[in-house]
Design a binder for this molecule. Structure first.
Ligand SMILES: *[C@@H]1O[C@H](CO)[C@@H](O)[C@H](O)[C@H]1NC(C)=O
Ligand SMILES: *[C@@H]1O[C@H](CO)[C@@H](O)[C@H](O)[C@H]1NC(C)=O
Ligand SMILES: *[C@@H]1O[C@H](CO)[C@@H](O)[C@H](O)[C@H]1NC(C)=O
Length: 329
């Protein structure tokens, strides 16, 4: 009896402590199902560090509005199924370059409203990342991070870099290179030295540019019209940039061949990936079809053999009395 109680106590201690953390003292997250995913709702729980007591199978972690100052790779490495990580509105000021490297399933990362001055470049290589929110981190250096991460491998469809520069610290417009899947880009409230038309050419499927209150200069004053014209031509929703030269002065100004080349390259990449996906999907379809047909043939053969055997047996039964009659004679 004594041993049993001792065991229970030990067991309880085992479950309460994870990596030396007393999980009874850590703030509690509410674990629920959201769209069939296991989700940890840790919104506004006064977390000061990344939770240590969540189980490794959660797919959503919402840590918005806490007081977390640091997140390390070791904090995240066990979450191999994590798809959504919300860390907005915390006190993050620095992240290691490899902090997110183990999150191969991650599709959405929200780091907005922190005090980050660097984006870990490896974020742009996460194999499943579709939505990246890093807005409202004043003076976060996106330009340099992109310099070492291009070409971007992540299949990004949404990027928010709103309010990341300020009046006292203009930046260049970030060069994302070729992002064939990007649909929405939020640059609200930013201050740029210059934006070149080429920087939009690699975003060949862009549908929405959210550029309210953007202040920008241009290397060539006519670039302003070129960008407005290009975005209009591509049917992208945006607020036209205010140009300092009359459009009449820029009429002779066509898009540069090199810039259009970037657009073509982006479209080709997009088509190529679509085609590859289609081939993979149809191969899977054909594979499944073949398996179904083989299965049906198998059933048919089995059924035929059984019927044959049955009729064989019946024939034998019928022929037996005949033999007897033969003997009787
Ligand atoms: C301006 O922004 C850059 C990065 O974009 C940063 O390194 C620098 O510290 C900022 N300067 C000020 C005065 O905030
Ligand atoms: C774009 O960014 C601004 C500023 O952060 C934000 O208020 C707005 O909701 C964002 N728009 C979209 C569509 O995400
Ligand atoms: C743009 O800036 C003005 C003045 O700072 C502000 O009142 C307005 O709400 C801003 N608009 C957006 C969409 O952020």
């Amino acid at each position: 009896m004594k041993i049993n109680i001792f065991w229970l106590l030990n067991l309880q201690l085992f479950f309460c402590y994870t990596h030396g953390t007393d999980c009874r003292k850590e703030p509690k997250c509410e674990v629920t199902r959201v769209h069939k995913m296991k989700a940890a709702n840790c919104y506004d729980r006064q977390f000061k560090s990344f939770p240590k007591c969540l189980t490794g199978d959660v797919e959503v972690i919402d840590l918005t509005f806490n007081r977390i100052r640091k997140v390390s790779r070791a904090d995240l490495s066990k979450f191999s199924y994590l798809k959504f990580l919300y860390l907005a509105d915390n006190l993050l000021s620095k992240l290691d370059g490899d902090v997110f490297d183990d999150l191969t399933s991650l599709t959405t990362l929200d780091l907005s409203l922190n005090a980050l001055n660097k984006v870990p470049p490896s974020v742009f290589q996460l194999p499943s990342l579709k939505s990246l929110y890093i807005g409202q981190n004043w003076n976060i250096n996106i330009v340099d991070a992109l310099e070492v991460s291009r070409p971007i491998q992540s299949p990004l469809t949404q990027i928010d870099i709103s309010q990341t520069t300020d009046e006292e610290n203009y930046s260049n417009f970030p060069d994302f290179g070729i992002l064939p899947f990007l649909v929405v880009l939020n640059i609200t409230g930013n201050f740029y030295f210059s934006i070149r038309p080429a920087l939009f050419m690699g975003l060949c499927n862009l549908q929405k540019l959210i550029n309210d209150n953007v202040t920008t200069e241009f290397e060539d004053a006519c670039d302003c019209w070129k960008i407005n014209n290009w975005l209009t031509l591509r049917k992208i929703k945006f607020t036209p940039f205010t140009c300092n030269v009359p459009q009449a002065k820029c009429l002779e100004n066509d898009f540069k061949e090199d810039d259009l080349q970037i657009y073509n390259q982006c479209s080709e990449t997009f088509k190529h990936i679509q085609k590859t996906n289609l081939i993979i999907k149809s191969s899977i379809g054909v594979g499944v079809g073949v398996i179904v047909i083989l299965f049906l043939i198998g059933i048919f053969l089995f059924w035929r053999r059984r019927n044959k055997r049955r009729s064989h047996l019946q024939n034998r039964k019928k022929s037996v009395p005949n033999e007897y009659t033969l003997c009787d004679n």
